[in-house]
Design a protein around this ligand. Sequence first.
Ligand code: ADP
Ligand code: XUL
Length: 559
Amino acid sequence: MEDYSLPKDGLFLGFDSSTQSLKATVLDSNLNIVTSETVHFDSELPQYKTKDGVYRDTSVNGRIVSPTLMWVEAFDLLLEKLTKSKFDFKRVTAVSGSGQQHGSVYWKNGSLAKLASLNPNKPLMEQLTDAFSIKESPIWMDSSTTAQCKEIETAVGGALELSQLTGSRAYERFTGSQIRKIFQTQPDVYRETERISLVSSFMASLLIGAYASIDETDGSGMNLMDIRERTWSKIALKATAPGLEEKLGKLAPAYAVAGSIAPYFVERFHFNKNCLVVQWSGDNPNSLAGLTLNTPGDLAISLGTSDTVFGIASEPQPRLEGHVLPNPVDPKSYMVMLVYKNGSLTREDVRNRCAERSWDTFNNILEQTPPLNGGKLGFYYKEHEILPPLPVGYHRYVLENFTGSTLDGVEEHEVAEFDAPSEVRGIIEGPFLSMRAHAERFGMPAPPNRIIATGGASANSSILKSVASIFGCDVYTVQRSDSASLGAALRAAHGWLCNRKGSFIPFSGIYENKLENSSVSCKLSMPAGDAQLLSKYTLLMKKRIEIEDCLVQKLGRWQ
Ligand code: ADP
Ligand code: XUL
Protein backbone atom coordinates (compact mmCIF):
# COMPACT_ATOMS: atom_id res chain seq x y z
CA MET A 1 0.00 0.00 0.00
CA GLU A 2 1.36 3.40 -1.04
CA ASP A 3 2.18 5.90 1.69
CA TYR A 4 0.24 9.06 0.91
CA SER A 5 0.56 10.57 4.38
CA LEU A 6 1.21 14.27 4.76
CA PRO A 7 3.68 15.65 7.34
CA LYS A 8 1.77 15.56 10.64
CA ASP A 9 2.33 19.19 11.65
CA GLY A 10 2.47 20.52 8.11
CA LEU A 11 0.03 23.08 6.73
CA PHE A 12 -1.08 23.60 3.13
CA LEU A 13 -1.84 27.12 2.01
CA GLY A 14 -4.15 27.86 -0.93
CA PHE A 15 -4.88 31.31 -2.36
CA ASP A 16 -7.56 32.50 -4.76
CA SER A 17 -6.94 35.73 -6.65
CA SER A 18 -10.42 36.29 -8.03
CA THR A 19 -12.34 39.17 -9.56
CA GLN A 20 -13.55 40.81 -6.37
CA SER A 21 -11.14 39.57 -3.72
CA LEU A 22 -8.04 37.65 -2.73
CA LYS A 23 -8.70 34.74 -0.37
CA ALA A 24 -6.58 32.24 1.51
CA THR A 25 -7.51 28.87 2.98
CA VAL A 26 -5.18 26.78 5.11
CA LEU A 27 -5.57 23.02 5.56
CA ASP A 28 -3.84 20.80 8.11
CA SER A 29 -2.63 17.27 7.35
CA ASN A 30 -6.13 15.89 8.13
CA LEU A 31 -7.54 18.26 5.52
CA ASN A 32 -9.34 20.39 8.05
CA ILE A 33 -9.49 24.12 7.51
CA VAL A 34 -7.41 25.76 10.23
CA THR A 35 -7.70 29.34 9.07
CA SER A 36 -8.89 31.51 6.22
CA GLU A 37 -8.55 35.17 5.33
CA THR A 38 -9.85 37.57 2.65
CA VAL A 39 -8.97 40.94 1.18
CA HIS A 40 -11.92 42.56 -0.60
CA PHE A 41 -10.56 44.83 -3.32
CA ASP A 42 -13.23 47.59 -3.47
CA SER A 43 -13.53 48.10 0.28
CA GLU A 44 -10.03 47.30 1.56
CA LEU A 45 -8.02 48.87 -1.25
CA PRO A 46 -10.28 51.85 -2.04
CA GLN A 47 -7.36 53.86 -3.45
CA TYR A 48 -7.65 51.87 -6.70
CA LYS A 49 -11.28 52.97 -7.09
CA THR A 50 -12.43 49.67 -8.60
CA LYS A 51 -16.09 48.66 -8.71
CA ASP A 52 -16.45 44.88 -8.20
CA GLY A 53 -12.65 44.68 -8.52
CA VAL A 54 -12.60 46.06 -12.06
CA TYR A 55 -12.62 49.16 -14.26
CA ARG A 56 -15.32 49.24 -16.91
CA ASP A 57 -13.92 51.50 -19.60
CA THR A 58 -16.86 53.40 -21.07
CA SER A 59 -14.75 54.87 -23.89
CA VAL A 60 -13.98 51.47 -25.48
CA ASN A 61 -16.82 49.06 -26.06
CA GLY A 62 -16.47 46.03 -23.78
CA ARG A 63 -13.03 46.90 -22.32
CA ILE A 64 -12.83 45.64 -18.73
CA VAL A 65 -9.53 45.61 -16.85
CA SER A 66 -8.11 45.49 -13.32
CA PRO A 67 -5.07 47.35 -11.99
CA THR A 68 -2.26 44.79 -11.86
CA LEU A 69 -0.64 46.47 -8.86
CA MET A 70 -3.83 46.12 -6.85
CA TRP A 71 -3.40 42.35 -6.97
CA VAL A 72 0.17 42.77 -5.69
CA GLU A 73 -0.91 45.08 -2.88
CA ALA A 74 -3.73 42.70 -1.96
CA PHE A 75 -1.12 39.98 -1.59
CA ASP A 76 0.95 42.22 0.75
CA LEU A 77 -2.17 42.95 2.77
CA LEU A 78 -3.35 39.34 2.99
CA LEU A 79 0.03 38.14 4.23
CA GLU A 80 0.07 40.98 6.79
CA LYS A 81 -3.40 39.99 7.97
CA LEU A 82 -2.23 36.39 8.43
CA THR A 83 0.81 37.66 10.37
CA LYS A 84 -1.45 39.74 12.64
CA SER A 85 -3.58 36.68 13.31
CA LYS A 86 -0.37 34.95 14.55
CA PHE A 87 -0.39 32.49 11.68
CA ASP A 88 2.71 30.29 11.85
CA PHE A 89 4.14 30.51 8.31
CA LYS A 90 6.96 28.15 9.32
CA ARG A 91 4.56 25.22 9.35
CA VAL A 92 3.55 25.70 5.71
CA THR A 93 4.84 22.68 3.79
CA ALA A 94 3.52 23.76 0.41
CA VAL A 95 1.52 26.58 -1.12
CA SER A 96 -0.47 26.85 -4.31
CA GLY A 97 -3.17 29.08 -5.69
CA SER A 98 -5.94 29.87 -8.03
CA GLY A 99 -6.39 32.83 -10.32
CA GLN A 100 -9.37 34.17 -12.25
CA GLN A 101 -8.92 32.55 -15.65
CA HIS A 102 -7.76 34.31 -18.83
CA GLY A 103 -6.56 37.59 -17.20
CA SER A 104 -3.03 38.52 -18.25
CA VAL A 105 -0.05 40.37 -16.83
CA TYR A 106 2.67 42.01 -18.96
CA TRP A 107 6.14 42.10 -17.40
CA LYS A 108 8.37 44.86 -18.71
CA ASN A 109 11.90 44.08 -19.97
CA GLY A 110 14.20 43.79 -16.95
CA SER A 111 11.53 42.77 -14.44
CA LEU A 112 12.89 39.29 -13.86
CA ALA A 113 15.89 40.89 -12.18
CA LYS A 114 13.54 42.91 -9.93
CA LEU A 115 11.61 39.79 -8.99
CA ALA A 116 14.78 37.93 -8.12
CA SER A 117 16.13 40.61 -5.78
CA LEU A 118 13.19 41.76 -3.69
CA ASN A 119 14.08 43.60 -0.49
CA PRO A 120 12.36 41.87 2.46
CA ASN A 121 12.12 45.14 4.36
CA LYS A 122 9.65 46.62 1.90
CA PRO A 123 6.23 45.55 0.66
CA LEU A 124 6.06 43.92 -2.79
CA MET A 125 3.91 46.68 -4.21
CA GLU A 126 6.53 49.40 -3.62
CA GLN A 127 9.14 47.38 -5.47
CA LEU A 128 7.03 46.37 -8.45
CA THR A 129 5.41 49.69 -9.39
CA ASP A 130 7.54 49.83 -12.54
CA ALA A 131 7.54 46.16 -13.40
CA PHE A 132 4.62 46.07 -15.82
CA SER A 133 4.53 47.27 -19.41
CA ILE A 134 0.72 47.40 -19.14
CA LYS A 135 -0.66 48.71 -15.88
CA GLU A 136 -4.23 47.53 -16.37
CA SER A 137 -4.61 43.81 -16.95
CA PRO A 138 -7.34 42.70 -19.33
CA ILE A 139 -9.56 40.24 -17.45
CA TRP A 140 -12.14 37.57 -18.19
CA MET A 141 -15.01 40.10 -18.27
CA ASP A 142 -13.50 41.94 -21.24
CA SER A 143 -15.29 41.60 -24.58
CA SER A 144 -13.40 44.17 -26.64
CA THR A 145 -11.59 41.74 -28.96
CA THR A 146 -14.29 40.43 -31.32
CA ALA A 147 -12.26 41.55 -34.37
CA GLN A 148 -9.15 39.70 -33.17
CA CYS A 149 -11.21 36.57 -32.45
CA LYS A 150 -12.47 36.55 -36.01
CA GLU A 151 -8.94 37.03 -37.37
CA ILE A 152 -7.55 34.18 -35.27
CA GLU A 153 -10.35 31.80 -36.26
CA THR A 154 -9.89 32.64 -39.93
CA ALA A 155 -6.13 32.15 -39.73
CA VAL A 156 -6.43 28.65 -38.23
CA GLY A 157 -9.14 27.53 -40.66
CA GLY A 158 -12.35 28.27 -38.78
CA ALA A 159 -14.02 28.29 -35.38
CA LEU A 160 -14.45 24.52 -35.15
CA GLU A 161 -10.83 23.89 -36.16
CA LEU A 162 -9.63 26.25 -33.45
CA SER A 163 -11.88 24.52 -30.95
CA GLN A 164 -10.62 21.07 -31.89
CA LEU A 165 -7.05 22.31 -31.65
CA THR A 166 -7.21 24.35 -28.44
CA GLY A 167 -10.39 23.17 -26.71
CA SER A 168 -12.42 26.31 -27.44
CA ARG A 169 -13.38 28.51 -30.38
CA ALA A 170 -12.07 32.07 -30.08
CA TYR A 171 -13.54 34.01 -27.18
CA GLU A 172 -12.98 37.68 -26.47
CA ARG A 173 -11.79 37.05 -22.92
CA PHE A 174 -9.32 34.32 -23.93
CA THR A 175 -5.76 35.54 -23.64
CA GLY A 176 -4.75 34.98 -27.29
CA SER A 177 -7.13 37.60 -28.69
CA GLN A 178 -6.19 39.97 -25.85
CA ILE A 179 -2.50 39.61 -26.70
CA ARG A 180 -3.22 40.11 -30.39
CA LYS A 181 -5.08 43.33 -29.63
CA ILE A 182 -2.10 44.64 -27.63
CA PHE A 183 0.30 43.64 -30.39
CA GLN A 184 -1.86 45.47 -32.97
CA THR A 185 -2.73 48.60 -31.01
CA GLN A 186 0.42 49.05 -28.86
CA PRO A 187 3.29 47.40 -30.76
CA ASP A 188 5.92 49.22 -28.68
CA VAL A 189 4.41 47.95 -25.47
CA TYR A 190 4.32 44.42 -26.89
CA ARG A 191 7.99 44.72 -27.82
CA GLU A 192 8.88 46.00 -24.33
CA THR A 193 7.26 42.95 -22.71
CA GLU A 194 9.62 40.15 -21.72
CA ARG A 195 7.05 37.81 -20.22
CA ILE A 196 3.29 37.39 -20.34
CA SER A 197 1.77 35.64 -17.33
CA LEU A 198 -1.78 34.58 -16.53
CA VAL A 199 -3.14 35.76 -13.16
CA SER A 200 -2.30 32.30 -11.81
CA SER A 201 1.30 32.14 -13.02
CA PHE A 202 1.78 35.82 -12.13
CA MET A 203 0.99 35.20 -8.46
CA ALA A 204 3.17 32.07 -8.45
CA SER A 205 5.99 34.19 -9.91
CA LEU A 206 5.80 36.54 -6.93
CA LEU A 207 6.15 33.57 -4.57
CA ILE A 208 9.17 32.00 -6.29
CA GLY A 209 10.91 35.26 -7.21
CA ALA A 210 11.17 34.20 -10.87
CA TYR A 211 8.83 33.67 -13.81
CA ALA A 212 6.60 30.66 -13.08
CA SER A 213 5.36 28.50 -15.95
CA ILE A 214 1.76 28.68 -17.09
CA ASP A 215 0.09 25.44 -16.07
CA GLU A 216 -1.48 23.28 -18.79
CA THR A 217 -4.98 23.64 -17.38
CA ASP A 218 -5.08 27.43 -17.22
CA GLY A 219 -3.05 27.50 -20.45
CA SER A 220 -6.04 26.03 -22.27
CA GLY A 221 -7.94 29.27 -21.60
CA MET A 222 -5.78 31.17 -24.08
CA ASN A 223 -6.69 29.69 -27.51
CA LEU A 224 -2.95 29.02 -27.83
CA MET A 225 -2.34 25.53 -26.46
CA ASP A 226 -2.75 22.27 -28.33
CA ILE A 227 -5.23 20.56 -26.01
CA ARG A 228 -4.03 17.01 -26.78
CA GLU A 229 -0.27 17.61 -26.93
CA ARG A 230 -0.33 20.16 -24.10
CA THR A 231 2.25 22.29 -25.88
CA TRP A 232 1.94 25.72 -27.46
CA SER A 233 0.37 25.30 -30.91
CA LYS A 234 2.62 26.77 -33.62
CA ILE A 235 -0.43 27.54 -35.78
CA ALA A 236 -2.27 29.34 -33.01
CA LEU A 237 0.88 31.25 -31.98
CA LYS A 238 1.38 32.39 -35.56
CA ALA A 239 -2.24 33.51 -35.83
CA THR A 240 -1.89 35.58 -32.65
CA ALA A 241 1.34 37.60 -32.57
CA PRO A 242 5.00 37.29 -33.64
CA GLY A 243 7.68 36.28 -31.14
CA LEU A 244 5.02 35.10 -28.72
CA GLU A 245 6.41 31.72 -27.68
CA GLU A 246 9.41 33.17 -25.91
CA LYS A 247 7.20 35.65 -24.04
CA LEU A 248 5.03 32.80 -22.74
CA GLY A 249 7.78 30.53 -21.44
CA LYS A 250 7.17 26.81 -20.98
CA LEU A 251 4.01 25.03 -19.91
CA ALA A 252 3.96 22.76 -16.84
CA PRO A 253 1.46 20.26 -15.44
CA ALA A 254 -0.70 21.63 -12.63
CA TYR A 255 0.75 19.14 -10.13
CA ALA A 256 4.37 20.23 -10.78
CA VAL A 257 6.47 22.30 -8.41
CA ALA A 258 6.94 25.86 -9.67
CA GLY A 259 9.91 26.41 -7.37
CA SER A 260 10.92 26.92 -3.76
CA ILE A 261 9.61 29.90 -1.90
CA ALA A 262 11.69 33.05 -2.53
CA PRO A 263 14.02 34.32 0.24
CA TYR A 264 11.82 37.46 0.41
CA PHE A 265 9.01 35.44 2.04
CA VAL A 266 11.36 33.48 4.27
CA GLU A 267 12.82 36.66 5.69
CA ARG A 268 9.74 38.87 5.79
CA PHE A 269 7.07 36.34 6.88
CA HIS A 270 9.24 33.51 8.26
CA PHE A 271 8.17 30.83 5.80
CA ASN A 272 10.30 27.70 5.99
CA LYS A 273 12.92 27.88 3.25
CA ASN A 274 11.96 24.36 2.12
CA CYS A 275 8.34 25.35 1.51
CA LEU A 276 7.37 24.33 -2.02
CA VAL A 277 5.32 26.45 -4.38
CA VAL A 278 3.12 24.19 -6.48
CA GLN A 279 1.92 25.51 -9.87
CA TRP A 280 -1.05 27.83 -9.59
CA SER A 281 -4.02 27.22 -11.87
CA GLY A 282 -7.34 28.78 -12.88
CA ASP A 283 -10.21 29.24 -10.43
CA ASN A 284 -12.58 26.81 -12.15
CA PRO A 285 -9.97 24.02 -12.35
CA ASN A 286 -9.13 24.61 -8.69
CA SER A 287 -12.81 24.40 -7.80
CA LEU A 288 -12.97 21.05 -9.58
CA ALA A 289 -10.13 19.93 -7.30
CA GLY A 290 -11.69 21.52 -4.19
CA LEU A 291 -14.99 19.76 -4.80
CA THR A 292 -13.05 16.48 -5.23
CA LEU A 293 -15.04 15.93 -8.42
CA ASN A 294 -14.05 12.56 -9.83
CA THR A 295 -17.25 10.90 -11.08
CA PRO A 296 -18.21 11.57 -14.72
CA GLY A 297 -21.97 11.96 -13.94
CA ASP A 298 -21.39 14.66 -11.31
CA LEU A 299 -21.81 18.26 -12.32
CA ALA A 300 -20.39 21.24 -10.46
CA ILE A 301 -22.03 24.64 -10.56
CA SER A 302 -20.00 27.59 -9.37
CA LEU A 303 -22.01 30.72 -8.54
CA GLY A 304 -19.35 33.40 -8.10
CA THR A 305 -18.88 36.64 -10.03
CA SER A 306 -19.31 34.43 -13.10
CA ASP A 307 -21.52 31.34 -13.13
CA THR A 308 -19.85 28.22 -14.46
CA VAL A 309 -20.89 24.61 -14.93
CA PHE A 310 -18.28 21.91 -15.21
CA GLY A 311 -17.73 18.19 -15.12
CA ILE A 312 -15.21 15.51 -16.06
CA ALA A 313 -14.95 13.69 -19.40
CA SER A 314 -12.46 11.13 -20.67
CA GLU A 315 -12.84 11.76 -24.41
CA PRO A 316 -14.47 15.13 -24.87
CA GLN A 317 -15.38 16.50 -28.28
CA PRO A 318 -14.58 20.22 -28.44
CA ARG A 319 -17.44 22.08 -30.15
CA LEU A 320 -18.49 25.60 -30.99
CA GLU A 321 -20.01 26.02 -27.56
CA GLY A 322 -18.25 25.43 -24.25
CA HIS A 323 -14.66 24.67 -23.32
CA VAL A 324 -12.46 21.61 -22.92
CA LEU A 325 -9.55 21.90 -20.45
CA PRO A 326 -7.06 19.38 -19.09
CA ASN A 327 -8.16 18.08 -15.69
CA PRO A 328 -5.80 19.76 -13.18
CA VAL A 329 -5.60 16.69 -10.95
CA ASP A 330 -5.66 13.85 -13.49
CA PRO A 331 -3.36 13.90 -16.52
CA LYS A 332 -5.60 11.38 -18.35
CA SER A 333 -8.98 13.09 -18.24
CA TYR A 334 -10.42 16.46 -19.18
CA MET A 335 -12.66 19.06 -17.69
CA VAL A 336 -15.64 20.36 -19.71
CA MET A 337 -17.03 23.75 -18.86
CA LEU A 338 -19.67 26.38 -19.72
CA VAL A 339 -19.24 29.98 -18.57
CA TYR A 340 -21.76 32.79 -18.01
CA LYS A 341 -20.66 36.33 -17.43
CA ASN A 342 -23.94 37.41 -15.86
CA GLY A 343 -23.72 35.65 -12.51
CA SER A 344 -23.72 37.19 -9.05
CA LEU A 345 -23.44 40.83 -10.10
CA THR A 346 -26.57 40.54 -12.25
CA ARG A 347 -28.45 38.78 -9.44
CA GLU A 348 -27.32 41.62 -7.16
CA ASP A 349 -28.72 44.13 -9.64
CA VAL A 350 -32.19 42.56 -9.42
CA ARG A 351 -31.87 42.19 -5.64
CA ASN A 352 -31.04 45.90 -5.34
CA ARG A 353 -33.92 47.01 -7.56
CA CYS A 354 -36.61 44.58 -6.39
CA ALA A 355 -35.67 43.29 -2.94
CA GLU A 356 -34.40 46.23 -0.86
CA ARG A 357 -30.75 45.26 -1.46
CA SER A 358 -31.20 42.30 0.90
CA TRP A 359 -30.72 38.57 0.20
CA ASP A 360 -33.24 37.81 2.98
CA THR A 361 -35.92 39.87 1.26
CA PHE A 362 -34.92 38.39 -2.09
CA ASN A 363 -35.28 34.86 -0.68
CA ASN A 364 -38.68 35.63 0.92
CA ILE A 365 -39.94 36.83 -2.43
CA LEU A 366 -38.47 33.83 -4.24
CA GLU A 367 -40.15 31.43 -1.80
CA GLN A 368 -43.52 33.18 -2.18
CA THR A 369 -43.62 33.14 -6.00
CA PRO A 370 -44.76 29.98 -7.83
CA PRO A 371 -42.30 27.75 -9.70
CA LEU A 372 -42.46 28.38 -13.50
CA ASN A 373 -43.19 32.04 -12.74
CA GLY A 374 -46.62 31.93 -14.43
CA GLY A 375 -44.86 31.48 -17.79
CA LYS A 376 -42.69 34.59 -17.45
CA LEU A 377 -39.19 34.29 -18.89
CA GLY A 378 -36.49 36.91 -18.36
CA PHE A 379 -33.15 37.30 -20.15
CA TYR A 380 -30.83 39.49 -18.08
CA TYR A 381 -27.57 40.63 -19.61
CA LYS A 382 -26.13 43.37 -17.43
CA GLU A 383 -22.77 42.64 -19.09
CA HIS A 384 -22.15 41.36 -22.62
CA GLU A 385 -22.98 37.68 -22.23
CA ILE A 386 -20.65 34.87 -23.31
CA LEU A 387 -23.26 32.13 -23.59
CA PRO A 388 -25.24 33.01 -25.66
CA PRO A 389 -23.06 35.76 -27.17
CA LEU A 390 -25.55 38.57 -26.63
CA PRO A 391 -24.94 42.25 -25.90
CA VAL A 392 -26.03 44.16 -22.79
CA GLY A 393 -29.83 44.29 -22.49
CA TYR A 394 -32.79 42.87 -20.58
CA HIS A 395 -35.57 41.03 -22.47
CA ARG A 396 -38.77 39.82 -20.85
CA TYR A 397 -41.42 37.52 -22.32
CA VAL A 398 -44.77 36.20 -21.14
CA LEU A 399 -45.94 32.83 -22.46
CA GLU A 400 -49.68 32.74 -23.22
CA ASN A 401 -51.54 29.51 -22.39
CA PHE A 402 -48.52 27.85 -20.77
CA THR A 403 -49.81 25.04 -18.54
CA GLY A 404 -46.63 22.96 -18.46
CA SER A 405 -48.17 19.95 -20.25
CA THR A 406 -47.58 20.94 -23.90
CA LEU A 407 -46.03 23.69 -25.98
CA ASP A 408 -48.84 23.43 -28.56
CA GLY A 409 -50.65 26.72 -28.72
CA VAL A 410 -48.14 28.46 -26.46
CA GLU A 411 -47.22 31.89 -27.80
CA GLU A 412 -44.81 34.37 -26.30
CA HIS A 413 -44.99 38.14 -26.31
CA GLU A 414 -42.37 40.59 -25.18
CA VAL A 415 -43.11 42.99 -22.32
CA ALA A 416 -41.14 45.98 -21.04
CA GLU A 417 -41.28 45.07 -17.36
CA PHE A 418 -42.20 42.41 -14.83
CA ASP A 419 -43.57 43.15 -11.39
CA ALA A 420 -40.84 42.92 -8.71
CA PRO A 421 -41.67 39.36 -7.50
CA SER A 422 -41.67 37.99 -11.07
CA GLU A 423 -38.38 39.75 -11.72
CA VAL A 424 -36.83 38.04 -8.68
CA ARG A 425 -37.98 34.60 -9.81
CA GLY A 426 -37.08 35.49 -13.39
CA ILE A 427 -33.41 36.17 -12.61
CA ILE A 428 -33.14 32.77 -10.92
CA GLU A 429 -35.20 30.50 -13.18
CA GLY A 430 -34.18 32.04 -16.51
CA PRO A 431 -30.39 31.66 -16.29
CA PHE A 432 -30.63 28.18 -14.71
CA LEU A 433 -32.99 26.98 -17.45
CA SER A 434 -30.54 28.29 -20.02
CA MET A 435 -27.66 26.62 -18.15
CA ARG A 436 -29.45 23.26 -18.18
CA ALA A 437 -30.24 23.56 -21.90
CA HIS A 438 -26.65 24.39 -22.83
CA ALA A 439 -25.23 21.69 -20.55
CA GLU A 440 -27.45 19.10 -22.27
CA ARG A 441 -26.53 20.44 -25.72
CA PHE A 442 -22.86 20.16 -24.77
CA GLY A 443 -23.34 16.49 -23.88
CA MET A 444 -23.15 16.85 -20.11
CA PRO A 445 -25.22 14.22 -18.24
CA ALA A 446 -29.00 14.82 -18.17
CA PRO A 447 -30.11 14.63 -15.48
CA PRO A 448 -26.81 14.81 -13.61
CA ASN A 449 -26.06 12.20 -10.91
CA ARG A 450 -25.91 15.12 -8.57
CA ILE A 451 -24.87 18.75 -8.58
CA ILE A 452 -22.19 20.10 -6.28
CA ALA A 453 -22.66 23.85 -5.85
CA THR A 454 -19.97 26.31 -4.84
CA GLY A 455 -19.16 30.04 -5.04
CA GLY A 456 -20.67 32.97 -3.10
CA ALA A 457 -24.33 32.36 -4.05
CA SER A 458 -24.19 28.65 -3.17
CA ALA A 459 -24.70 29.77 0.44
CA ASN A 460 -28.27 30.67 -0.55
CA SER A 461 -30.60 27.70 -0.04
CA SER A 462 -33.56 29.35 -1.79
CA ILE A 463 -31.44 29.57 -4.93
CA LEU A 464 -30.29 25.96 -4.48
CA LYS A 465 -33.94 24.87 -4.28
CA SER A 466 -34.57 26.23 -7.78
CA VAL A 467 -31.39 24.55 -9.04
CA ALA A 468 -32.58 21.18 -7.66
CA SER A 469 -36.03 21.57 -9.28
CA ILE A 470 -34.78 22.77 -12.65
CA PHE A 471 -32.01 20.18 -13.04
CA GLY A 472 -33.99 17.39 -11.34
CA CYS A 473 -31.22 16.13 -9.05
CA ASP A 474 -29.87 16.44 -5.53
CA VAL A 475 -27.68 19.44 -4.80
CA TYR A 476 -24.65 19.10 -2.55
CA THR A 477 -22.41 21.76 -1.09
CA VAL A 478 -19.06 21.76 0.66
CA GLN A 479 -18.61 23.35 4.10
CA ARG A 480 -17.17 26.53 2.62
CA SER A 481 -18.33 28.23 -0.53
CA ASP A 482 -14.77 29.08 -1.59
CA SER A 483 -13.80 25.86 -3.31
CA ALA A 484 -11.14 27.60 -5.43
CA SER A 485 -8.77 28.44 -2.55
CA LEU A 486 -9.66 25.16 -0.85
CA GLY A 487 -8.82 23.32 -4.07
CA ALA A 488 -5.55 25.23 -4.28
CA ALA A 489 -4.65 24.11 -0.74
CA LEU A 490 -5.47 20.50 -1.67
CA ARG A 491 -3.40 20.80 -4.83
CA ALA A 492 -0.52 22.16 -2.74
CA ALA A 493 -0.65 18.92 -0.72
CA HIS A 494 -0.99 16.84 -3.89
CA GLY A 495 1.92 18.60 -5.62
CA TRP A 496 4.06 18.12 -2.52
CA LEU A 497 3.32 14.36 -2.52
CA CYS A 498 3.97 14.04 -6.27
CA ASN A 499 7.28 15.81 -5.75
CA ARG A 500 8.24 13.50 -2.87
CA LYS A 501 7.37 10.43 -4.93
CA GLY A 502 9.09 11.83 -8.04
CA SER A 503 6.04 11.09 -10.24
CA PHE A 504 2.30 11.71 -10.45
CA ILE A 505 0.15 10.04 -7.79
CA PRO A 506 -3.67 9.82 -7.94
CA PHE A 507 -5.29 12.90 -6.42
CA SER A 508 -7.68 10.73 -4.41
CA GLY A 509 -4.57 9.44 -2.57
CA ILE A 510 -4.55 12.58 -0.45
CA TYR A 511 -8.16 12.54 0.64
CA GLU A 512 -9.06 8.84 0.73
CA ASN A 513 -9.90 7.76 4.31
CA LYS A 514 -10.11 11.41 5.32
CA LEU A 515 -13.05 12.60 3.26
CA GLU A 516 -15.85 11.76 5.70
CA ASN A 517 -14.63 13.92 8.55
CA SER A 518 -12.65 16.59 6.81
CA SER A 519 -13.54 20.12 5.69
CA VAL A 520 -13.48 18.83 2.13
CA SER A 521 -16.49 16.52 2.43
CA CYS A 522 -19.72 17.32 0.55
CA LYS A 523 -23.13 17.22 2.18
CA LEU A 524 -26.63 17.03 0.73
CA SER A 525 -28.11 20.53 0.88
CA MET A 526 -31.21 20.24 -1.28
CA PRO A 527 -33.00 17.10 -2.50
CA ALA A 528 -34.21 16.93 -6.12
CA GLY A 529 -37.58 18.59 -6.79
CA ASP A 530 -40.64 16.54 -7.79
CA ALA A 531 -40.79 14.77 -11.16
CA GLN A 532 -43.96 16.51 -12.36
CA LEU A 533 -42.44 19.92 -11.85
CA LEU A 534 -39.27 18.75 -13.59
CA SER A 535 -41.20 17.82 -16.75
CA LYS A 536 -42.85 21.27 -16.75
CA TYR A 537 -39.45 22.90 -16.42
CA THR A 538 -38.26 20.76 -19.35
CA LEU A 539 -40.96 22.29 -21.56
CA LEU A 540 -40.22 25.78 -20.30
CA MET A 541 -36.53 25.18 -21.05
CA LYS A 542 -37.36 24.21 -24.66
CA LYS A 543 -39.37 27.39 -25.13
CA ARG A 544 -36.65 29.46 -23.53
CA ILE A 545 -33.95 28.12 -25.79
CA GLU A 546 -36.15 28.80 -28.85
CA ILE A 547 -36.49 32.43 -27.79
CA GLU A 548 -32.78 32.62 -26.96
CA ASP A 549 -31.85 31.29 -30.41
CA CYS A 550 -34.04 34.01 -31.99
CA LEU A 551 -32.34 36.68 -29.88
CA VAL A 552 -28.95 35.39 -31.04
CA GLN A 553 -30.09 35.48 -34.69
CA LYS A 554 -31.22 39.07 -34.22
CA LEU A 555 -28.58 40.53 -31.91
CA GLY A 556 -25.74 37.99 -31.48
CA ARG A 557 -22.17 39.31 -31.67
CA TRP A 558 -21.06 36.47 -33.90
CA GLN A 559 -23.66 36.97 -36.62
P1 ADP B 1 -15.47 35.50 -6.93
O1 ADP B 1 -14.67 34.36 -6.36
O2 ADP B 1 -15.79 35.36 -8.37
O3 ADP B 1 -14.87 36.86 -6.63
P2 ADP B 1 -17.40 34.68 -4.93
O4 ADP B 1 -17.51 33.22 -5.20
O5 ADP B 1 -16.65 35.13 -3.72
O6 ADP B 1 -16.87 35.48 -6.21
O7 ADP B 1 -18.89 35.24 -4.85
C1 ADP B 1 -19.16 36.59 -4.61
C2 ADP B 1 -20.64 36.85 -4.87
O8 ADP B 1 -21.43 36.00 -4.04
C3 ADP B 1 -21.09 38.25 -4.57
O9 ADP B 1 -21.05 39.07 -5.75
C4 ADP B 1 -22.53 38.07 -4.03
O10 ADP B 1 -23.51 38.58 -4.92
C5 ADP B 1 -22.72 36.57 -3.96
N1 ADP B 1 -23.38 36.17 -2.72
C6 ADP B 1 -22.87 36.18 -1.47
N2 ADP B 1 -23.81 35.76 -0.58
C7 ADP B 1 -24.94 35.48 -1.27
C8 ADP B 1 -26.27 35.02 -0.94
N3 ADP B 1 -26.61 34.75 0.31
N4 ADP B 1 -27.14 34.85 -1.94
C9 ADP B 1 -26.80 35.09 -3.21
N5 ADP B 1 -25.58 35.53 -3.59
C10 ADP B 1 -24.66 35.73 -2.65
C1 XUL C 1 -13.89 31.01 -17.05
C2 XUL C 1 -14.17 32.44 -16.79
C3 XUL C 1 -14.56 32.86 -15.41
C4 XUL C 1 -13.38 33.33 -14.62
C5 XUL C 1 -13.87 33.93 -13.31
O1 XUL C 1 -13.69 30.74 -18.40
O2 XUL C 1 -14.04 33.28 -17.64
O3 XUL C 1 -15.23 31.82 -14.74
O4 XUL C 1 -12.49 32.27 -14.41
O5 XUL C 1 -12.87 34.17 -12.40
